[in-house]
Ligand binder design. Structure first.
Ligand code: SF4
Length: 297
């Protein structure tokens, strides 16, 4: 049955006086693994970044990671025999001038020593690939693959670093230039590659047999991909998506204070986080050089 509005009825539903309702903030169009992780960390911080869009410039670690990804993307685009350390070094040299001039890199204000340290970090990560595998032996199917597909009711968006073909089937991999996680956090980290595997399949690709986190220079953390594991990861993503939508609907983003507040770029706008940082400072639990300390001192 279709109910038509009479001409005299106000268009703004739910308000007897016909006043326009407060506009509700739009729900984000996508959910990426990094956005989901940030929401889990602290809903308030997620709001500052993804809804209020306050400036959140990437730090040096993130910029190094981006540069490493670019070098490895190009390297794996070469013919297998050309994927050598010398070629990686040449690609890094070719890419450096443009990377170095990016606003976020300039904003780091690196001096000569700082630039040398930055380049050293990049090279440690690139070189670290050879500690995990022989890049010449990788049968590349795709690199830097944008995945924009619904996973159940969640509009998933992510960039998958690498898809390769192996004798056992398709393998999806995500490069990591940071430190490998402690055992307690491994399952959480593997969720990300399981979601990539699910999104790759949902987008029409063959279901991966394995998903890997390649912690460059350290170790590879892997999981066999099964429909059950992918479903569980998608289920957890659903829970976060539902929770996130509730927060947006209710305009309620509770702070989740903890050690990470001292590294939060929005600490100065967050009274609870500021208090937490001062408490930890007094207790000697936060290094004085943590980035948010000066913002709340
Ligand atoms: S300071 Fe802490 S509680 Fe506040 S937004 Fe940042 S992480 Fe969340």
């Amino acid at each position: 049955m279709v109910l038509a509005l009479r001409e005299s009825e106000p268009a703004a539903a739910g308000d007897p006086a016909g006043r326009a309702q407060e506009p509700v903030r739009p729900v984000p169009g996508h959910l990426s693994p990094s956005s989901a992780v940030l929401f889990e960390q602290c809903p308030r911080r997620w709001r500052f970044r993804y809804l209020d869009r306050l400036p959140d410039p990437p730090g040096q670690a993130a910029l190094v990671g981006t540069f490493v990804h670019r070098i490895l993307e190009r390297l794996l685009g070469e013919e297998p025999a050309a994927r050598t350390l010398d070629r990686a070094r040449a690609i890094a040299a070719e890419e450096w001038p443009a990377h170095h001039q990016q606003d976020d890199v300039v904003a780091l204000g690196l001096d000569g020593d700082g630039i040398r340290r930055y380049k050293w970090q990049v090279w440690q990560a690139v070189h670290g690939l050879w500690q995990l595998e022989d890049p010449a032996a990788v049968d590349v199917v795709a690199t830097e693959q944008r995945l924009d597909v619904p996973l159940g009711a969640v509009p998933f968006l992510g960039v998958l670093d690498r898809v390769e073909s192996t004798t056992e089937g398709v393998v999806v991999s995500d490069y990591k230039s940071g430190r490998a996680p402690a055992a307690a956090y491994v399952a959480d980290k593997l969720d990300q590659v399981l979601l990539y595997a699910a999104a790759w399949s949902a987008g029409g690709g063959a279901q991966p047999k394995r998903a890997r986190l390649l912690y460059l220079g350290a170790r590879s953390i892997e999981v066999e991909v099964t429909p059950g594991r992918m479903d569980e990861a998608v289920g957890r993503l659903h829970q976060r998506w539902d929770a996130l939508n509730s927060c947006v609907r209710d305009e309620r983003f509770d702070p989740r204070t903890g050690p990470l507040c001292a590294w939060c770029p929005f600490a100065a706008q967050c009274p609870e986080g500021s208090r937490e940082i001062r408490r930890r400072l007094d207790a000697g639990l936060v290094p004085a050089h943590a980035p948010a300390v000066s913002a709340v001192a």
